[in-house]
Design a protein around this ligand. Structure first.
Ligand SMILES: [Cu+2]
Length: 137
């Protein structure tokens, strides 16, 4: 039974693929930053991203940028998503102006060029570890 669970986990991992991205370098006083990457579902079934974590921040959420019209003005904002579905054989781009991972409550200032490990968590219990460089852009 145990090896069967492990096998199922690795199948799910093979379903998700990541195109390497980056983490935005922020000034040391700023406690939140954003991470970007492209998440691909190579499988035949939907893939649901339900969470993420990293050792360098208290919490990781994922946000969608949105623009709202309020009183004749365009307000740019972002809203947290409880989960994100990636349809079979398609990709979701986390990039500025679209989706991003929010690394909230940085435990220490990040340095340019350093590698941050981000763990993506899926509804089926599988996890995918991604290594992202910190970049000034
Ligand atoms: Cu955000």
């Amino acid at each position: 039974m145990r090896w069967l669970l492990i096998l199922l986990g690795s199948l799910a991992l093979a379903q998700a693929a990541v195109t390497p991205g980056w983490v935005r370098l922020v000034p040391p006083v700023v406690k939140d930053t954003a991470a970007y990457l492209t998440l691909e579902n190579r499988g035949k079934t939907p893939l649901r991203l339900v969470g993420a974590e990293t050792e360098v921040a208290e919490r990781v959420s994922f946000h969608q940028n949105n623009r709202e019209h309020r009183g004749g003005q365009v307000v740019l904002g972002m809203r947290p998503l409880p989960y994100l579905d990636i349809p079979p054989r398609s990709k979701v781009e986390f990039r500025p102006g679209k989706y991003h991972f929010m690394l909230e409550g940085l435990k220490r200032p990040l340095k340019a060029g350093e590698k941050v490990v981000l763990v993506l968590k899926f509804q089926d219990g599988s996890r995918l570890q991604v290594i992202l460089p910190v970049e000034e852009r």
